[in-house]
Ligand binder design. Structure first.
Ligand code: MG
Length: 273
């Protein structure tokens, strides 16, 4: 693994602390971006590396915009934590299939369904390939597989922004996806902060590739500055990665192809120290 000397030293110093956590996004970080959410699959060997990480990390968590059950279906491990819907849902290891949703999100489920219903009726006939996904406490509208993703995204925003805001929802954007969320200040950053504080983690790594992962990067920076936990943010670059992703990270991996090697290196160091 070719990291700069500074990055390698930072990684070693972080992993010297215990208890420690390994947090990772899924899509674009562990699985290459696919035309549709169902078509995405983890890189070979990655699930096995996460399973192994359970031996040297006190918390291993997949943190995703997907519903928690969908995140677990993709990774396929029972022994790790799943933080789904950008922090609004969680599945704890060995707790069985039960999803714990943030109670404050539940009153917005009906509003999300209403906006998605409207989007289906108006947008699907005009934009073949658009995928409208009801994820319970959030909703996603994917434009990647449409003939003109930029124009499709503009059409989605023009329709759903007023409809969603009228119902008190938030509208956010990811990679070729528009998302509807409850108006709660819960994101990947607040969610990992809660786990880190609750579990008293002294070190935490977070791997991510998208806008919503920057919230987690910034949370780690805050926890590190406060002396609560030594955080290390790892950006996984992609031609569609947001401009400020690398800037917000401590370590930058030039592509997802480096992720398995990086994880193996992390596990090697974590087992050695
Ligand atoms: Mg991602």
């Amino acid at each position: 693994m070719e990291l700069s000397n500074a990055a390698e030293a930072r990684l070693r110093a972080t992993l010297a602390r215990c208890p420690r956590g390994l947090f990772t996004d899924i899509d674009g970080t562990l699985s290459p971006i696919a035309p549709t959410p169902e078509a995405a699959a983890l890189l070979p060997g990655v699930a096995n590396l996460l399973a192994q990480a359970g031996e040297s990390f006190d918390v291993v968590a997949a943190v995703s915009g997907r519903a928690a059950t969908d995140a677990r279906r993709m990774v396929g491990l029972d022994q790790i934590m799943y933080i789904g819907n950008h922090g609004l849902e969680r599945i704890a290891p060995f707790d069985g299939p039960d999803v714990q949703a943030v109670p404050a999100a539940l009153p917005y489920v009906a509003a999300i369904q209403a906006v998605l219903h409207q989007a289906r009726a108006v947008l699907l006939p005009r934009w073949p390939g658009m995928i409208i996904e009801d994820k319970g406490v959030t909703g996603s509208i994917h434009v990647r597989a449409t003939a003109d993703p930029a124009a499709a995204e503009a059409a989605v925003l023009a329709l759903v922004t007023p409809a969603a805001t009228a119902r008190g929802l938030r509208v956010t954007r990811g990679k070729m996806v528009v998302e509807l969320r409850p108006p709660l200040t819960i994101d990947k950053g607040t969610s990992i902060t809660e786990v880190i504080e609750k579990r008293g983690l002294q070190a935490a790594l977070y791997l991510g590739d998208d806008r919503t992962d920057i919230d987690a990067f910034q949370a780690l920076r805050r926890l590190t500055a406060a002396g609560t936990c030594a955080g290390l943010a790892v950006a996984v670059l992609h031609p569609e990665a947001p401009m400020d992703l690398a800037h917000a990270a401590d370590i930058v991996l030039p592509s997802i192809a480096q992720v398995p090697t990086f994880l193996r290196h992390v596990l090697h160091l974590a087992t050695a120290v």
